[in-house]
Design a protein. Structure first.
Ligand code: PEP
Ligand code: MN
Length: 350
């Protein structure tokens, strides 16, 4: 990997399973510009009875990796007890997993345990797509003087399966970056993709979207991994993947054309907001009229006609039916909300 492509690279097995598996994986990673060697010691498993991590013994193997190969070492912590064990074994960094970020009690417990230890932390996104929860976890740690050195986008749970194991939400990640430009953003293609084949295209996307780093799970023999077998790759595959990443050209020409187009886009967006405001005002006027004449708010036939004709126009304009319907239904719902608020005599129907 060209050293300037990503500021940080974290890799190692999903779980520490045996001493030889950990050491063999680390040996394979030798020569790669690793910021941290990772391994899960306590594993949050969806089903009980599955391998739940090797426990404290694995921390000694991590220490051995540091001594032998010079890598800094890190693991996931989910309780105060884990933090104490990580501190006792002088880990260089810990991360908070998606199932913990989601729970403020857990984050609080971890934050209190970390206070004063000086161990830096990375915070994975919560399993549900809630930017505030992610930001809140970071802030909770900072209030306990914990140095948050990164946020990790590992995708979000959705009920309906997509090609990803955990759906990426690029916009939430961009919003996080905007809210906290001081915190490096790392992508975890392993947990987003869930399959080895998706890791390379996701890593390329991380580069295209200017992520600051990657966390990628590697195993000396993924086929026999006790956890996340499908998504782990060998150190050799990781090395090839990093080698094949293509930095996109950022010629001046491209930048100037992009900025011109973006300016135009902003103007259109401003116009949209003005149009929306005009529409809401009209809705309100109609609402007052209906209220003064005791007329029902929803006139089903009129709504059906409006929906049909507007979607038709949108289709003719090359806009997808799905988007047009969704958009018009949202507008309609908002109009009804405004008019209902008028009826219940709320002083301000905004
Ligand atoms: C992991 O990194 O192995 C892990 C369990 O992560 P997540 O919290 O993203 O599921
Ligand atoms: Mn994993």
């Amino acid at each position: 990997m060209r050293p300037d492509l990503f500021a940080s690279l974290i890799s190692g097995p999903c779980s520490a399973e045996t001493r030889s598996q950990v050491l063999q994986t680390a040996e394979g990673l030798q020569g790669l510009p690793l910021s941290y060697f990772r391994a899960g010691i306590w594993k949050p498993r969806t089903q009980p009875g599955a391998f739940e991590g090797i426990g404290d013994e694995g921390l000694k193997w991590l220490q051995e990796v540091r001594t032998r190969f010079g890598f800094k070492i890190c693991t996931e912590v989910a309780t105060a007890e884990h933090v104490r064990a990580a501190v006792a074994h002088q880990l260089d960094m810990v991360w908070i997993g998606a199932r913990s970020t989601v729970n403020p009690f857990t984050v609080q417990e971890i934050a209190e345990a970390l206070q004063g230890t000086g161990i830096p932390v990375m915070v994975k996104n919560p399993i549900n797509p809630d930017l505030k929860l992610w930001l809140g976890a970071i802030e909770r740690l900072e209030r306990h003087d914990v140095k948050v050195i990164g946020a990790i986008h590992r995708g979000f749970s959705v009920y309906q399966k997509t090609k990803y194991r955990n759906n990426p939400h690029w916009q939430i990640a961009i919003d996080l970056k905007q809210a906290r430009p001081d915190i490096p953003l790392v992508m975890d293609p392993s947990h987003i993709g869930g399959r080895a084949a998706l890791i390379a295209p996701l890593a390329q996307q991380a580069l295209d979207l200017h992520y600051d780093g990657l966390m990628i799970e590697t195993h000396c023999d993924p086929s026999i991994a006790l956890t996340d077998a499908k998504q782990q790759i060998t150190p050799t595959t990781l090395s090839e993947l990093l080698h094949n990443l293509e930095p996109r050209s950022k010629s001046d020409q491209l930048l100037s054309e992009l900025s011109e187009l973006r300016d135009k886009l902003s103007l259109v967006d401003d116009g949209l907001v003005e149009l929306l405001q005009e529409r809401m005002e009209l809705s309100k006027e109609i609402g007052y009229l209906k209220r003064n004449h005791n007329s029902p708010i929803l006139q089903v036939q009129r709504w059906e006609e409006t929906l049909k004709s507007t979607v038709e126009k949108a289709l003719n304009a090359g806009i997808s039916q799905e988007f047009a319907e969704l958009f018009i239904k949202m507008l309609h719902e908002e109009s009804i909300r405004i008019q209902l608020a008028l009826l219940s005599d709320q002083p301000d129907a905004n």
